[in-house]
Design a binder for this molecule. Sequence first.
Ligand code: KIV
Length: 249
Amino acid sequence: MVNTPEKFRAMKMARRRIAALTAYDYPTARLLDEEGVDVILVGDSVGMVVLGFPDTTSVTMEHMVHHAGAVARGVKEALVVADLPYGSCDTPADAVANSRRLAAAGAGAVKIEGALTEQIAAIIAAGIPVMGHLGMLPQHVKEEGGYHVKGKTPEQANALLEEARAVESAGAFAVVLELVQPGVAAYITGALGIPTIGIGSGNDCDGQILVTHDLIGLFPWFRPRFAKPEADVSKDIRAAIAAYKKRIQ
Ligand code: KIV
């Protein structure tokens, strides 16, 4: 059975952790799906780990549609969620039109950064499920001057809780908490009926998400501190290239 957004609320109630990873291409998506990953995110992190941009702000709708299609063709079971990139949701009408493009490319849901409740409600009214994204918002990295942990002060923690409640009330089926102080992420997780999916936010969210390149060591030039790699694929690639050169030269 294909994973549906409804299933994730049931998983939260059953205390079954949600496993989410990113993919941007067909073979990676197919491998993740065949290994039973619950959610495959076509993240706008594609801009950094695949397209060579310094951050996510250069990623366009054209990029996202292209990669969402490749991922969707590789997936049978997992829920494919595609990111709404920088500048694609300035108005509710833009958010709906761009979500429709991602759904037409094969995404089963979209993810939107920030507590943009009007946009979230409009996308859901158009029949497309929405995943929220709070805490550190990579699309705001330039204004923020880097990737900083959120929820360190009581004011920040309360603001995050209010945003999470607003995103839930607007109808999101889950919310990513990125770089949120772990105690605050745990508190928000207990306060919401929808699942939280953490990244760099401690172990007490209802699920975890990671950029697959960080999990498998495929982007050796930068790895976030919280990512614990389980493989060193870049080392294997370098060894294979060396072996090939030795064989043919
Ligand atoms: O773009 C992305 O990969 C993301 C995850 C890191 C949550 O938004």
